[in-house]
Design a protein around this ligand. Sequence first.
Ligand code: GLN
Length: 574
Amino acid sequence: MNGWEYVPKYLVVTGGVMSGLGKGIAAASIGKLLKDMGFRVIPIKFDGYLNMDAGTMNPYEHGEVFVLEDGSECDMDLGTYERFLDIDLFGENNITSGKLFYNVIQKERKGEYLGQTVQFIPHVTEEAKSWIRRVAREQKADIVLIEVGGTVGDIENAYFIEAIRELILEEGRENFFFVHVTLIPVIDPVGEQKSKPTQHSVSMLRSIGIQPDMIIGRCKQPLNSKVRRKISLFCDVPEEAVISDHDVESIYMVPFLFKEQGVHEIIIKKLGLKPKQRNVLLYWEEILSRREIEGQEVKVAIVGKYTGLKDSYASLIEAIRHAEMHLGIKANIKWVESTDIESSSPGKLLSEVDGIIVPGGFGSRGVEGKIKAIEFARTHYVPYLGLCFGMQLAVVEFARNVCGLEGANSTEIDPKTPHPVVDILPEQKEIDELGGTMRLGSFPAVIKEGTLVRRIYGKELVHERHRHRYEINPEYVPLLIKCGLTVSGTSPDGKLVEFIEIKGHPFFVGTQAHPEFKSRLDRPHPLFVGFLNACLERSKLKSAESKLSLIRVSDEKLYLRYFSASEWGKLERL
Ligand code: GLN
């Protein structure tokens, strides 16, 4: 018991064979099942890298940097946990080697180790264990779900797995459940599922003192009984605890896959837990069944610079998925590399889409392409959603092409621009020198009455997560407004522009925040629902045009019809 007041249960998820198997999704799916049974599940993700957090990591290499309410920048798996468990996590829920070593070295410098030789074991492992216990206690976990990043056998995570092994000794094996997620490859043309890599990986896990209680096999097709039997026998895991994690249509189907195989029942039985209820996934079942109802499709372009690695936009994709399921429609994403717009024309790449999103981004590559895409959306009345950088560039476009401010830009892109409509504010420059370079985490915004954004949110005060250095320059706001831009929301003191829109456009909205971080399947984000609704309207209008052979005189005309017939029924009677 370690003299500690309460012992939660520990569910530890390790990975074998190779990375990129969807271990985080498997872990979050188990967490979701247990949560639905009435347990408070608190995830902790361990990452072996030496960065303190993911904030300094290139999304092209590591996927999206996820931002939490408290401003922590962390691994994108934390986003999966927030979405699956519908909770808000803290920086503490993401342990990295960087954070652990930093703490240990700080203690050493302060002399807290009283002259001892400071070592991986016991000092770093002790730091890891007390971190886990602290999070469990502070966040009142019934079950602590620890996901060990990387693969068993990596140098980076070996000491952390050792810490967990020590934890078993101190807390009691009966309080632990180990899940090992591995790959079951098929290489021959006959399609035989191979268990050998799993066997090797499990034997490595055992050699460091951990016997898994469950093995989850990632594979294309469902695991057959032969391979299940083999894994069970060689890895000493009951056959029913060898779980098939085969390809399914959506990540939100994975909990259903596990439910069918009784994953949650096996876990609570072994841990001796009594669930408050056994009927799991009811609400998700209802949401997921919605998507088939209407069968309506829209096409949404995402114009960015990391379109080659979809993980860079993980939360954005999920926010779109949540909204589409909520509306019972299908949103097909067209990825548009912004540099391609620079070398061709926006019309070529964007003419058939029903909506355009310019997401967050940094640096100058592809910026002019994004600005062209925004101009196209504004002048062709294509629904537009600008997220963070996407709002800043919408302001640049508006300043140049509507206000006539030639050469207007963000100082991030052109430090010498004659019209710095997006700039680092003096207050932030000071912070910069102290090393905290960004506005990070949740900030309030006040939304103006009578705006589209207000209608969408349905309230005056909203909180969204931020991650940026630059702001709309307040000096230019009066001119932007005079030229027709609506500032629909600001920081409570009125100083910072948080939302913009353009009146008379079906849907042209920009936000300085990243609403995608807060969207959940259970609670889709209103901005995405509003945006997809506008896309749907546009796509209906387009198909009606061809059905009723209305002549599209110009885009202006299309737009007028759109508004004269805001209800679809009315339009059909035209
Ligand atoms: N690069 C911009 C800034 O730092 C936008 C950042 C973002 O889109 N997250 O302000």
